[in-house]
Design a binder for this molecule. Structure first.
Ligand SMILES: *Cc1c(COP(=O)(O)O)cnc(C)c1O
Length: 224
């Protein structure tokens, strides 16, 4: 069940910190999304391509869809017609494919680079060295990448109750973001988005400089 009070409380809390809320609706029915839409929410996050493609036509056209899951290159074409932002870019191959598919629809798709900040090996994303290599490749191909904008970075902390550890992971992402932002090879003039924080740790993430949180279960209830 949608917790509308939690939504309203979170919205007013986030307004004081200028943080964008992505309501993560994976596994939840379109009717739940409509409920939050009716309260004014426009940005929703989904993890699975097929599920997103099923729900999108059922819902209002002015929803901003954020793809936050792990994306395979061969599936980009299904979401390219409508997706607003792809959070989990973790290879140059994927970025190039997003650019190619966006071009087919005459669109520009915003992208975030996923950084590996957790200690778990199951979480995707670049480490520092890989990010550097990616940056070099990006520099070479830049002129051909007119249909994407690399707008910032995204990360997921370790699944842990240890706040000091989680905070340190968020701080690490923010530091890498800041370094990138002042670097001579800029991904985009509007490189401004730090996507980190979920239901259990969004306050810690905001304290570390997040300006986009992805919150699911707090709003939509637990997922099965
Ligand atoms: C599921 C998911 C979320 C939301 O998690 P909650 O704990 O339900 O708030 C955020 N980000 C990503 C990448 C997710 O997969």
């Amino acid at each position: 069940m949608v917790n509308t009070q939690a939504y309203l409380d979170l919205k007013s809390h986030l307004a004081t910190t200028n943080t964008t809320l992505i309501a993560v609706s994976k596994i939840k029915p379109a009717s739940d999304i409509q409920t939050l839409y009716n309260l004014g929410q426009r940005a929703f996050g989904e993890n699975y391509v097929q599920e997103l493609c099923e729900k999108q036509p059922l819902l209002p056209n002015d929803i901003e869809w954020h793809f936050i899951g792990h994306l395979q290159s061969n599936k980009v074409k299904y979401i390219a017609p409508f997706v607003k932002m792809i959070h989990g870019v973790d290879s140059f191959k994927l970025l190039a494919e997003i650019n190619k598919q966006a071009a087919k629809h005459n669109r520009v798709i915003d992208c975030l680079l996923q950084l590996h900040i957790a200690d778990e090996s199951t979480k995707f994303g670049f480490d520092e060295k890989e990010l550097y290599v990616f940056g070099e490749q990006y520099e070479i191909e830049k002129a051909n990448l007119k249909n994407i904008r690399v707008r910032g970075m995204m990360g997921m902390s370790s699944f842990s109750d240890d706040e000091i550890k989680v905070k340190a992971e968020f701080d690490k992402l923010k530091t890498m973001f800041d370094i990138q932002k002042t670097s001579t090879f800029l991904f985009d003039p509007n490189f401004d988005t730090v996507s980190m924080g979920m239901s259990g740790d969004y306050d810690l993430a905001i304290a570390s400089g997040s300006n986009m949180v992805r919150v699911g279960s707090l709003l939509f209830g637990r997922r099965n």
